[in-house]
Design a protein around this ligand. Structure first.
Ligand code: MLT
Length: 332
């Protein structure tokens, strides 16, 4: 090989090596510098509800770990599909995230024209919490036992008003399942989240609501609403209440899990950095104490993995598809 050919060979090898180094730097650059601006967590329900409460709790802790501001923005409407759709179209750079729960799964069957693919358009970061609903009423609602409440629902029908956070929301599905089991139809009042719905229960403007214990517990403990039953199979320590399942609706169970997602295409090392901050939050004593006070279960280390959330979402979409079809609930 002549001197010139050797020089050209070395120059080619050097260019390849530089190119590879640039790729590596670009890759680590995505996570290395991340976040380069405030991270926004979209909550697809109104402020003041359980999803909002959980998002704000985690945002504060994750901001400390990431060394940058993490803010929460409420993008409510259409049972959470407006907010979910916003994140599906956001830049996949890790600066826009979504806190979503079972409505991410139920709306996949309840809406004919979603603007996004509930699974394919998202990069799961990890599960955050799990919890149950509690059936609450305005405090002067004329029902003592749960059996009496169910009798009133059956007899009252449309005269009884039932609040929820939009078609496909957890509060909507919870109420629908109770109405279907009782063969009753109440007058449904949709809200942009159970934060405002709970306020109307407190003021007596609406009769009943299935709210996440995360949000309703302080009002129950303060005596401003009446609590009747919890929707988990197991009792909830902070609430001396029967379960719906042992109160006449056999095998009834609905619990609600919140997960953190980024848009698909978010670099893997950015997802890893976000996952690290999520897991740090799940070990943060302040977070754990607050969740415990709200009878909300922190995700385990395993549940906080992206693959666990991806598998849970796929399973829940199938699970709710079956429940919705069996119940004859029509898509919007
Ligand atoms: C629901 O599913 O009912 C929502 O979580 C309510 C909310 O978070 O405001």
């Amino acid at each position: 090989m002549s001197g010139v050919e050797i020089f050209r060979h070395i120059r080619r090898r050097a260019a390849l090596a530089l190119g590879a180094a640039a790729l590596v730097l670009a890759g680590t650059g995505a996570a290395g510098a991340f976040p380069t601006k405030p991270v926004t967590i979209i909550v697809p329900f109104a402020a003041g509800g359980p999803s909002d409460t959980i998002a704000r709790l985690f945002a504060a802790s994750m901001g400390q770990t990431l060394g940058g501001q993490v803010i929460v923005e409420n993008v409510a409407g259409a049972g959470s599909t407006i907010g979910i759709g916003r994140v599906a179209k956001a830049a996949p750079d890790g600066h826009t995230l979504l806190v979503s729960h079972i409505s991410h799964a139920t709306t996949a069957s309840l809406y004919k024209t979603l603007t996004y693919d509930p699974v394919g358009d998202f990069a799961p970061v990890g599960m955050m919490t799990d919890g149950a609903f509690v059936l609450v009423s305005r405090k002067d609602f004329p029902a003592g036992s749960v059996a009496e409440l169910f009798q009133k629902i059956k007899a009252g029908g449309e005269k009884i008003s039932y609040a929820h956070a939009g078609v496909g929301s957890g509060s909507h599905l919870c109420g629908l399942m109770i109405q279907n089991a009782l063969g009753a139809r109440m007058n449904e009042i949709p809200y942009r989240g159970t934060g405002p719905a709970l306020s109307d229960i407190v003021s007596g403007k609406v009769d009943l609501l299935c709210d996440q214990i995360t949000s309703a517990l302080p009002q129950i403990q303060g005596g401003s609403v009446k609590a009747h039953a919890v929707t988990s199979k197991a009792p909830v320590a902070a609430l001396k209440l029967p379960t719906v399942a042992e109160s006449g609706i056999k095998d009834f169970e609905i619990t609600i899990w919140h997960g953190l997602y980024a848009p698909k295409g978010t670099p893997a090392d950015v997802i890893a950095k976000l996952n690290g901050a999520l897991k740090a939050a799940l070990k943060d004593p302040t977070i754990l104490k607050r969740l415990d006070t709200l009878s909300t279960i922190a995700a385990t280390e395993k549940q906080a993995n992206p693959d666990f959330l991806r598998q849970r979402l796929v399973a829940e979409i199938a699970n709710w598809k079956g429940i919705i079809e069996k119940a004859g609930i029509k898509a919007e």
